[in-house]
Ligand binder design. Structure first.
Ligand SMILES: [Fe+2]
Length: 368
């Protein structure tokens, strides 16, 4: 399968992966033939690219650290918790604990997999999905740092709940497309304190999870909020959470901004390790992220086009790719290349295949 932006689907393509809406309902099932009127339905939800199966990408499989089912269940747990709190002011943590355990189990089973940013995001759901993504990332970092099971569960719960306070902020402010006023920005900043104040009395939550809620916007030079404390006073779990939070926010499309690429995000974050983010944890963090997700199309430095076939934790910037087209000769190729072995070859950038190859060529190729 390969990732294709919606605007390059012309109808008839085979959807390679189930697509869910913001409530976890199936929008388009795997193996559905794409029809043009689906485009609006997907666009409306902020989905900008989908996986399709085609001639070029046959046999390339995307494995997720977390199966969609668990992701959707976790999403539902946090949604239920928020709506229960809004209507009754009651806090129920049990479902969040179950979701956290499932997240930890699943990641422990898939330890060899890297985190794929291509996991599709919908814009309405941003804050909920963000909480789940941050939880997954925190657990992956925790595993790499050698954390035990108990600590991993605390990281998972803290990740799911880190923005609990934000989920209570009115949508008009949270998803405002224009620049926020100072007053609105101050309201958003209060989400750390609000979340902490509501959840601090809960005996079901451990101090580690609570500290992640309160301190995930603190920065190591003391320039963060709400307390403005510096590195020594920010618990490790909150420093982990800060990195995962920044990464997911930067790689997401929001009503007011486009998503940054993984490569740009990581280099920007590298800069931030000088004074804002923990440099040692960031080193661990970058080893769990795939730079180019499986199924993405890339341009190699010899002017050939390839699809990423397999990412490996040990050679993070040198995946196994399938070369499919040579731009020099304008000929189709079909060759598997391990970029770790072929030292002269490297990825130049992620591209959209349809912008490089004449459409008639793709259609010809599809027909085999
Ligand atoms: Fe936050």
């Amino acid at each position: 399968m390969r990732l294709v932006p919606l605007q390059h689907l012309y109808g008839g393509e085979i959807i390679a992966k189930d697509i869910f809406d913001e409530n976890g309902n199936l929008l388009l099932a795997k193996n559905t033939k794409f029809k043009n009127f689906y485009r609006f339905k997907l666009e409306e939800r902020g989905i900008s690219r989908v996986y399709i199966t085609d001639y070029f990408s046959e046999g390339i499989e995307v494995k997720d650290v977390i199966p969609d089912k668990i992701r959707v269940q976790s999403l539902k747990s946090i949604k239920d918790m928020v709506s229960l709190f809004k209507s009754t002011q009651k806090i129920k943590i049990e479902k969040i604990q179950n979701a956290a355990m499932e997240i930890v189990d699943s990641i422990l089973e898939n330890k060899e997999l890297l985190y794929n940013v291509a996991d599709l995001k919908t814009k309405d759901n941003y804050t909920y999905l963000h909480c789940i993504n941050v939880s997954i990332l925190c657990v992956m970092v925790g595993i790499k740092m050698g954390a035990n099971r108990e600590y991993l569960e605390k990281l998972a719960i803290g990740g799911i709940l880190h923005d609990f306070g934000k989920l209570l902020i009115p949508d008009e402010i949270l998803n405002k497309p224009d620049k926020l006023s100072n007053e609105e920005y101050e309201i958003i900043k209060r989400h750390t304190i609000i979340g902490y104040e509501i959840l601090k009395e809960s005996s079901m939550l451990t101090p580690i999870s609570k500290v992640m809620i309160l301190l995930h916007h603190e920065r190591i030079d003391g320039s963060g909020y709400p307390l403005g404390v510096s590195k020594d006073n920010i618990h490790e779990s909150a420093r982990i959470c800060a990195i995962c939070d920044v990464f997911d926010a930067m790689t997401s499309t929001r009503v007011y901004k486009k998503a940054f690429s993984v490569v740009d995000t990581l280099s920007e974050m590298e800069e931030m390790t000088k004074n804002k983010l923990d440099a040692d944890i960031f080193k661990v963090f970058r080893s769990i992220i795939s730079y180019y997700p499986v199924g993405s199309t890339v341009l190699l430095n010899d002017n050939t086009i390839a699809i990423v076939e397999q990412n490996r934790p040990d050679y993070i910037d040198a995946p196994i790719v399938r070369v499919i087209f040579d731009l020099n000769t304008q000929q189709e190729v079909f060759k598997q290349v391990d970029l770790h072995i072929e030292k002269n070859l490297e990825i130049e950038k992620e591209i959209v295949l349809e912008e490089y190859i004449d459409n008639s060529c793709i259609i010809k190729a599809k027909e085999g």
